[in-house]
Design a protein around this ligand. Structure first.
Ligand SMILES: Nc1ncnc2c1ncn2[C@@H]1O[C@H](COP(=O)(O)OP(=O)(O)OP(=O)(O)O)[C@@H](O)[C@H]1O
Length: 367
């Protein structure tokens, strides 16, 4: 079966010589929700615009349902795009805005009206159909933009930071609606965002980009627990990185010599050569903080064989969550959160403690 969307060695160099996208490869299944995530200027929007046909492709092949579309006009592609500012027409009513895409396609009037009514109903906009969008809220305007893009029944919906203009609460509720709608319609979504929580919450897979290149393509959980590059480890989640040199490699573990002694981490896909520089990547949620008075054998048995001494610098209770600030012997500050019941009164500010973790919860990235 052909993929819904394929980017094969896609590159973009702007006329001024800026290489905005470099060798981008991605195969997208029908109905997948893909997010492009990365810092400002990494090439997310350029890639989305190339898929839509608003930007020319310098190199590589873009395929939609197995057909090469590099040179196809945007309106001839089975794609629809939603922009951050929604680009609604202020002088038209909600219904006219949504009807617009179908008028371009010269659909018979009765059929167009039926489709518009159905999508307005689906998105809860029937009551405001004859009002101009300028009089409506941010959330309602977002829904109009969504209705206008969906009414043309695209195979692929392209969304460029569509929730960026909404406040945090509204953003959350529209996120949920978007996800439900996408599942319901079974349309492929490609979504550009700066916000990692949004990408993690919505996507089946996330493409992390950095300076025009793809760093990693993974489901959210894997991106979080198994970053494959230093950039991803620093960009996603709250990881502590401890650098050193590979000491030895066993069946499923790698031992790294670090300033804190030998530490172990799960073997990456490719075994690193001994002596090679590497970092142990430690997610905040994998760390246990224990009082320094706890016997080492007890820590090893219950909390993991990797141990580093630390000092507690901050304890703050937020509801049932205890926020713990630590400093490692090399001066690195680490923040951890845990349920208050887990820690009870075992820690105090200024006291010596031990951070422990199971090797399987740490990832090794060779440099
Ligand atoms: N029309 C253009 N002409 C020349 N360079 C451009 C043009 N549009 C974008 N660029 C450059 O291409 C690179 C990628 O830009 P792009 O807008 O795709 O990044 P982005 O990841 O979407 O950023 P943001 O999150 O800020 O929107 C940047 O260096 C940008 O300055």
């Amino acid at each position: 079966m052909a993929y819904d969307l394929q980017l094969s060695h896609i590159g973009k160099v702007y006329d001024n010589g800026t290489p905005a996208v470099i060798d981008f490869n991605l195969d997208v299944d029908k109905g997948e929700f893909i997010a492009f995530l990365g810092p400002s200027g990494c090439g997310k929007t350029t890639t989305l615009r190339m898929i839509a046909g608003f930007e020319s492709i310098t190199s590589g092949d873009l395929l939609i349902r197995g057909k090469r579309v590099n040179d196809l006009q945007p309106e001839k592609r089975p794609t629809s795009m939603i922009f951050q500012n929604y680009a609604l027409f202020p002088h038209m009513t909600v219904r006219q805005n949504v009807m617009f895409g179908l008028e371009i396609k010269q659909l018979p009037q009765a059929e167009a009206k039926r489709k518009v009514d159905r999508i307005l109903d689906k998105l809860g906009l029937s009551d405001v159909a004859d009002i101009r969008p300028t009089r409506l809220s941010g959330g309602q305007r977002q829904r109009i933009a969504l209705a206008r893009s969906l009414v043309v029944e695209p195979d692929i919906l392209l969304l460029d930071e569509p929730l960026g203009a909404l406040d945090a609460n509204l953003r959350k509720s529209i996120q949920n609606e978007l996800k439900l709608l996408q599942r319901d319609l079974g349309i492929t979504f490609v979504f550009v965002t700066h916000a990692q929580s949004e990408a993690l919450a919505l996507s089946d897979r996330i493409v992390v980009m950095n300076a025009g290149r793809v760093e990693q393509i993974s489901p959210p959980r894997e991106l979080y627990t198994r970053p494959q590059s230093i950039f991803v480890a620093r960009f996603i989640g709250a990881n502590t990185l401890i650098s050193g040199n590979v000491k030895s490699v066993s069946a499923d573990l790698v031992t790294v010599d670090t300033a804190f002694g030998p530490l172990t981490a799960e073997m990456p896909a490719v075994a690193p050569a001994p002596g090679r520089p590497a970092s142990v990547v430690l997610p905040a949620e994998a760390m246990h903080v224990l009082p320094a008075t706890m016997p080492e054998a007890e820590i090893r048995a219950n909390h993991g064989s990797n141990m580093v001494p630390c000092t507690v610098t901050r304890l703050q209770l937020v509801g049932h969550i205890l926020q713990i600030g630590l400093v490692l012997p090399n001066g690195e500050a680490v923040s951890i959160e845990g349920h208050v019941d887990k820690y009870r009164d075992s820690l105090s500010t200024g006291s010596a403690a031990v951070v422990a973790w199971h090797p399987a919860n740490a990832t090794l990235i060779a440099q």
